[in-house]
Design a protein around this ligand. Sequence first.
Ligand code: ADP
Length: 212
Amino acid sequence: MFIALEGIDGSGKSSQARFVVQWLAEHGFEKNTVLTYEPTREGYGAQLREVLEGRAPFPENPLSFQELYVRDRKDHLEGCILPHLEKCDIVISDRYFLSTLAYGMAGGVSYDALMDLHKTIIGEKFIMPDITFLIDIDPRVAQERIQKRSGGTLEHFEKKADFLHAAAKHYRELAMKFPNMHIISGDRSQEEVSEEIGKILSFHPYLCTKQS
Ligand code: ADP
């Protein structure tokens, strides 16, 4: 079982990913739950983080920049996600392919070009999550949260209000195109958001089997 959490930075993905881990533990799945994230901290993921945190120059070509995310995803799939799924673990990923589509399109790359990158770089190893939670939020609320969290330091994408509005809009539109997507309103307390996610998990055919 593969679960992804998506949304702009500050939407609450990481907090809710931890909630999913806790929910799974409380429902008998604690031994085989793996929490992971993208970009990773290795190889292409480490290169991406250098750019995002302003330690390396921003690539001029937006498509080449997105290519780094897809190459990182390929390594993530081969090195972590697929091996754990083969062992029947439940993998929870904080960001996955919808991020590349939403942010890439907000940066001016076409949907087709981003899908082609996935096809050429990852090919048949690409898998869709069994559940994706898209946490939808007003970018202004998300930015306020990030500024509180980091004491005012925003990463490259987080600085641009228009860009974040576009990314949030693409996320919502993309969520209509793909299967197993749940759009969750993130402009509420963490507990309210978690309650909705918990309800969706409890109705999932795979997860409800172990519930007492
Ligand atoms: P993301 O992973 O999407 O960037 P986080 O889960 O790290 O978001 O949350 C960003 C900040 O906002 C954190 O400081 C977190 O504690 C806080 N936060 C998360 N969800 C909520 C919420 N529903 N209401 C208020 N603050 C929240």
